[in-house]
Design a protein around this ligand. Structure first.
Ligand SMILES: NC(=O)c1ccc[n+]([C@@H]2O[C@H](COP(=O)([O-])OP(=O)(O)OC[C@H]3O[C@@H](n4cnc5c(N)ncnc54)[C@H](O)[C@@H]3O)[C@@H](O)[C@H]2O)c1
Length: 412
């Protein structure tokens, strides 16, 4: 299905035709090729494609100074066959120029500029969570495939709006829950599903991060505002829970306890003391399937090492996934052991990628293959809506002290 401009009402880009000349911020003109409308474009699902063409990706939020996009998205795109870094965007002319020089592609001073003027097939949205919606909706309205970082939106309503827009646009989308594309995780999932460890009895996960300690530098202060939906529960907690569900099966109910290890934070350069508004420790317990027990603990503010482990014990064997990274488990590689012995995992085209880029590379590879083959194997926005719903129940369970029962949660 093609994007109908009427499907995303009141959107600023709702009336932009597919092939236009736009004035670039620098003053020169750039022809926008409607690659989907000619044989050989990747621009639209269901169109004839030329396999010689790489999928052109524009990364929004790719600062040369640092950040997740620079550390994971850019190297993943640059390393994988069939993908090409075609444009970057930041939130200003000077940083866009610096990013353009650093990455060797056109740089745009905002995500909306990249969507409008960039010659790209895929828009990767790697800005902070409150900035996702506008750019995602613009990209979908322009007929681009979209890879949006997790969390998708600031609440269920935003996530649902983007999921509906993606479905109406008929393009391919992927959500940044990249552990689902880790070869070790996929191997563990398949082993459990094939009965290799027998009936699952329990799954227990512990994950840690340096974030959400008592010192909060200025650039991380937005994480302390619950309204931004970017905190220990919605980031490290979500990745940990999602990983456990991927490997061990869906949750049928849960209880939760959210606490503050550091109830007073020292904020910004001035180290101003103030109460912590969000949480820095998470405990979840629940039932997997009909009877297996799940326990999950997520701790912020860990200095030194930041380990992660998920152990799944079955009637006839056990699996252990281990890893950990300062940002949290999701931003590193994980290793797999079975019954205490390390398991070799073939990482294929992801083998040479850095720890931060490897699993993100897996998401891009799946998206690339989906576009090429007209398939839909990528974990997309519908799953993001389900996980967002589950997280709101985690908050509710902790607040009320009552168990919550699955209703529209992730199925696996
Ligand atoms: N999946 C993961 O493991 C993982 C890890 C880290 C961060 N993230 C996610 O990645 C995103 C970025 O996180 P970060 O830590 O790199 O944040 P950051 O603040 O360091 O970087 C965000 C970048 O977005 C740019 N930006 C802001 N508004 C923009 C706009 N309108 N147009 C274009 N660029 C704009 C800024 O210039 C900045 O470079 C967030 O959604 C975060 O939740 C995911």
């Amino acid at each position: 299905m093609l994007v109908s401009r009427s499907t995303i009402p009141n959107h600023p880009f709702a009336d932009i035709p597919r092939t236009l000349r736009f004035s670039r911020p620098a003053g020169c003109y750039l022809e926008i090729r409607d690659r989907s409308s000619r044989s050989g474009g990747f621009g639209r699902a269901g169109k004839e494609r030329d396999m010689r063409d790489a999928l052109r990706v524009g990364v929004v939020g790719a600062s040369a100074r640092g950040g997740w996009a620079r550390d994971s998205h850019v190297p993943a795109i640059q390393a994988l066959k069939g993908l090409e870094l075609a444009a970057v965007a930041t939130n200003g002319r000077a940083t866009a120029d610096a990013a353009s020089r650093a990455f060797g592609v056109p740089g745009f001073p905002s995500g909306l500029d990249l969507v409008r003027d960039g010659d790209v097939d895929v828009v990767a949205v790697c800005t902070r969570v409150p900035d996702h919606r506008e750019i995602v909706l613009a990209a979908l309205a322009a007929g681009k495939h979209v890879y949006c970082e997790w969390p998708l939106g600031c609440d269920i309503a935003e996530a649902e709006e983007m999921a509906a827009a993606a479905a109406a646009a008929g393009v391919h989308v992927a959500i940044g829950l990249q552990l689902r594309r880790s070869p070790a995780v996929l191997t563990a999932r398949d082993l459990v599903a094939s009965g290799a460890i027998g009936r699952p009895l329990s799954a227990s996960a512990l994950s840690t991060t340096m974030g959400f300690g008592p010192e909060v530098p200025s650039q991380f202060l937005y994480l302390e505002d619950p309204a931004n939906f970017a905190n220990l529960v919605t980031i490290q907690g979500a990745h940990t829970l999602d990983l456990a569900l991927t490997v061990a099966g869906p949750l049928t109910d849960l209880g939760a306890l959210l606490t503050r290890q550091f109830p007073i934070i020292r904020a910004g350069d001035a180290r101003e003391e103030r109460p912590r508004a969000t949480f820095d420790h998470l405990l979840v317990h629940g039932t997997l399937g009909s009877e297996a027990a799940l326990s999950v603990g997520v701790s912020g503010g860990r200095t030194g090492s930041t380990p992660f482990r998920l152990e799944v014990v079955g009637e006839t064997g056990s699996l252990l996934l281990e890893g950990g990274a300062p940002r949290g488990l999701q931003s590193g590689r994980v290793r797999l052991s079975r019954d205490g012995s390390p398991q070799p995992v073939d990482e294929g085209e992801l083998a040479d990628l850095s720890d931060a880029a490897a699993n993100v590379g897996g998401v891009y590879a799946a998206l690339r293959d989906d576009v090429r083959e007209g398939a839909s194997t990528s974990v997309g926005f519908d799953h993001a809506v389900r996980l967002t719903r589950l997280l709101t129940e985690v908050f509710a369970a902790s607040e009320t002290g009552r168990r919550r029962t699955a209703d529209g949660w992730p199925v696996r």
